[in-house]
Design a protein around this ligand. Sequence first.
Ligand code: ZN
Length: 427
Amino acid sequence: MQTIDRLLICNAEIIDFAAGEQKKIDLVICGDRIDKVGQIDADAFSGLIFDASDHVIVPGLMDMHVHLREPGREDEETIESGCAAAMAGGFTTICAMPNTDPPCDSQEDVRFLKKRAESQLVDVLPIAAITKGRAGKEITEMADLLRAGAVAFSDDGSPVSNNSVMRRACEYASMYDAVIVDHCEDVDLAADGHMNEGEMSTRLGIAGIPNAAEAIQVYRDIELARLTGCRIHIAHISTRESVQAVRRAKQEGLPVTCEVTPHHLMFSDKALVVYDTNLKMNPPLRTEEDIAALEQGLKDGTIDVIASDHAPHSIEEKDVEFEAAPFGIIGLETLLGVVLKRIVERKVLTLQEALYRISTAPRKVLNLPVPQLRVGEAANLSVIHPTREWVVDVKKTRSRSRNTPYGGMTMLGQVAAVINKGLLWQP
Ligand SMILES: [Zn+2]
């Protein structure tokens, strides 16, 4: 990582989502600002020059669903190692989920996270808990948490089951136009399930989690959005029923948004024949029909965002029998590669549409300013080579954890640089 004094990026294609256009241009960055945009004579330029021919520049990529393990499980991920993984994945901004130990449910916890991330290139935006201790009973001091720097609320991993508590949380959040990010799971229906309930779970003899466990909570949340006016974002949507429900809610003009993870697009439950615990996540990998519905949801705009649900776990935790392993995989470093390989190469979305869902869309969902690629604006951007392939080497992850199913797989789209806060990172 280096501090930027004067940097010229030349011959890059800049994707300007606001204007809906892509154009070849040069860019000068001085310190943390964009100083010039246009045709710049590289021979007359004094400073660092980066020839970005064949690259695209987009507003800094953002992953709105990341689990850092600090405080509590620094052996699995720290704020620093999580940020290193984020940069390698092309991100300048991540949201940190609150299920740390202790959970992020007080102003002190939010401030701790912000303070620890201050010197990082990556902006770490805290998502605070909906309920104290993520116990599903008593609502947190949302106004104080927002004041301290929280950008949304979630009890991710421990969904708020009590509808009355969730209603009050929505009413409270809507007073501040804050977003509730919900992990939709009926915990009684999911019970002791470890994978998708269906033909595969019967064949493998593993207890299943039905699509209904997710869909029922999605239906509940949509009704609470209608009742309270609260903006609700459905995390890691995985079933065709959920996609259908969000599509209808949007048609009705309700303030409901959602995200999908790369792994729910890449793998079906058929991949579990090998009992790989790195394919165990919650919600579980679903069927090919669900994947088709998720792709359709991306195409028609029902699904707003693609986010990793980056969930580091130690080797000891994952290297056990399937039923005993915790849910979750890391995903920061492979999100872009999977999206370009699985979604762009197969023409589900165009490159521009896909990059929109991992840069501009998450900021719109959370009401955050979108970095502008214009003179005078803060330079917050990602430089990507969209057609270059690479192979995932698990041993080289920047994350402290290695729980990924993508080892040895070929990815598309290489990160060439990320720029934010006057800092430049290149692999
Ligand atoms: Zn979750």
